[in-house]
Design a protein around this ligand. Structure first.
Ligand SMILES: Cc1cc2nc3c(=O)[nH]c(=O)nc-3n(C[C@H](O)[C@H](O)[C@H](O)COP(=O)(O)OP(=O)(O)OC[C@H]3O[C@@H](n4cnc5c(N)ncnc54)[C@H](O)[C@@H]3O)c2cc1C
Length: 497
């Protein structure tokens, strides 16, 4: 930290976002930064989600940093342990350990107009001042557990997939899995063989397509190590496959209808029994909710010890779950019920210029310029902010583009300038962005976690990842303003260029 006790940059979160930001800061010669995370380790999503079967669903060679390829990915879709090990490797390679502050939860950020600095308040009462804040607190770190009537009475084992108890032994247990989306279709195949009986409580069926996963042979790993260009080409192939083949399923209605028919046929072929088949085929447009992939879920579902329950849950009792008129008894209830997205956006109390809070600024919905900057909140950057999700691409790719843009801002800000986005630029950006949604499947009427309670799209970006990359290439000086603080806070700051 500089003599004046003010950090250059404070980073929130030690997941892909925080680690990427830290690496880029170091590479730019900015060493005066700290990373804070409330978790007990690094990795973010991959530190938290350790349930059996957890893995990425974007191919690994593209679900990693472009500047740090990994020739040793074991499979097309690597398991959680490998992704966690990759993040740990990056932290060590770029010497980030000494910058880490774990088990430190941030509760508020307050901007001081006079000095142009942010004060970050930790849950333990410590305050840290910094010029910049990069908020990489992620979208999926607050497990969401529906408030079922009576849930507190349940006396068996109860846990969310994102809070997995590693000592849990599924053998010979009767288990309820609530939720049938991404985590459920990974965890069920991983425990079905050991469990005595599993009941899958499904509210809405999902489009589930084949994953086509495979292990990379030692020969291929050797080739990737020997010829880094080959690994780059492989990454590019994945990128363009997702952009040109998968993204149009969501954006082109004629193509989508055809693919939806194929997908429904696949689900029918893969499920055993007419009753289950009927409940597993979605009746909404494909792509409106996240499209899932699995090679082993249907095999698990077809097992004699796995049962689909598609009636709504009435209440949870001391020993089990009541749905319709029947009570089923369970040794364990696993909540595969996703994450609280609204809580993430406003989980930290942020107060910007002239005492305006982020809650006030987002009264009519969360929005940011390019998903990164909010008018009235200078020197404050988001990494996976509103409308930055392209469901068919790697979030790590999106993070890299965003951090590239933030670094350009920091370079321009130099040693003593304050960066802010104009209200007009942010309004125009978001007006155009929201205007591009009506032609897409996400506004076709089905409700999904992509939209907020009022139906406004706050998660997804309406275009493909190449468009996002293009828009993050440069800084528009008409939109981004630089000024000096009234009271220069950091006279001998190390230059940010
Ligand atoms: C099970 C699962 C599988 C996924 N698979 C894929 C995939 O295949 N492909 C893909 O592209 N994306 C996937 N994702 C999305 C994934 O979240 C992103 O890819 C990526 O890991 C996000 O990284 P991040 O650093 O932005 O956020 P995170 O990984 O969520 O990290 C944020 C960190 O911020 C910390 N934090 C939050 N609030 C505070 C606070 N107030 N104070 C201090 N620390 C705080 C959290 O503890 C967390 O460690 C998956 C998500 C889940 C849950």
């Amino acid at each position: 930290m500089a003599d004046d006790g003010i950090l250059d940059v404070l980073i929130i979160g030690a997941g892909f976002s925080g680690v990427c930001a830290a690496i880029k800061l170091k590479q730019a010669g900015i060493k005066d930064f700290r990373i804070y995370d409330k978790a007990g380790g690094i990795g973010g999503t991959w530190w938290n989600n350790t349930y059996p079967g957890a893995a990425c669903d974007i191919p690994s060679h593209f679900y990693c940093f472009s500047f740090e390829p990994n020739a040793n990915w074991s499979r097309l879709y690597s398991p959680q342990e490998e992704i966690q090990a990759y993040i740990e490797y990056c932290v060590d390679k770029y010497g980030l350990r000494s910058h880490l502050n774990l088990r430190r939860e941030i509760v508020s950020l307050t901007f001081d107009d006079a000095s142009g600095t942010w004060t970050t308040l930790m849950k333990d009462g410590e305050r840290v001042r910094s010029r910049f804040v990069i908020n990489g607190s992620g979208a999926l770190h607050k497990p969401s557990t529906p408030a079922f009537k009576g849930a507190e009475r349940y006396s068996g084992i109860s846990m969310h997939t994102a809070e997995w108890d590693k000592s849990f032994e599924p053998s010979d247990k009767t288990i309820a899995v609530i939720g049938s989306a991404a985590s459920a279709i990974q965890v069920i195949p991983a425990i079905a063989e050991q469990a005595k009986h599993i009941c899958l409580y499904q509210r809405t069926p999902n489009y589930i397509l084949p994953r086509n996963d495979f292990a990379y042979s030692e020969t291929w790993k050797k080739r990737f190590r020997r010829f880094p260009l080959l690994a780059r080409l492989h990454r590019l192939m994945i990128f363009y496959y997702l952009e040109l083949k998968v993204f149009p399923v969501i954006t082109r209605s004629a193509y989508r209808a055809k693919r939806a028919e194929d997908a429904k046929r696949y689900i029918k072929v893969m499920t055993r029994g007419r009753r289950v088949r009927e409940k597993m085929v979605p009746d909404y447009e494909m792509g409106c909710k996240r499209i899932l992939i699995s090679d082993d879920f249907f095999d698990a579902l077809n097992r004699d010890n796995v049962e689909l329950v598609s009636e709504p849950i009435g209440e949870i009792t001391e020993k089990g779950i009541v749905s319709a008129s029947e009570e089923r008894l369970f040794d364990a209830i696993i909540y595969a019920t996703g994450f609280d997205l609204e809580g993430h956006m406003l989980g930290i109390e942020v107060t910007g210029e002239q005492g305006q809070t982020l809650k006030e600024a987002w009264e009519n919905g969360a929005q940011a310029y390019k998903g990164v900057m909010i008018p009235g909140f200078p020197n404050y950057f988001l990494t996976t902010g509103p409308n930055t999700g392209v469901g068919t691409t790697s979030v790590v790719f999106m993070i890299e583009q965003t951090i590239g843009w933030i670094m350009k801002c920091l370079r321009k800000a130099g040693r003593d300038r304050i960066v802010s986005v104009t209200e007009e630029a942010s309004e125009a950006y978001n007006r155009d962005l929201q205007a591009d949604f009506p032609d897409t499947v996400w506004t076709s009427g089905c409700q999904s976690w992509y939209r907020n309670a009022e139906g406004r799209m706050e998660i997804l970006y309406p275009h493909d990842a190449r468009t996002f990359r293009r828009q993050m290439k440069r800084i528009d000086p008409r939109h981004i303003k630089m000024r000096r603080a009234a009271k220069t806070a950091t006279p001998q700051r190390q230059a940010a260029q």
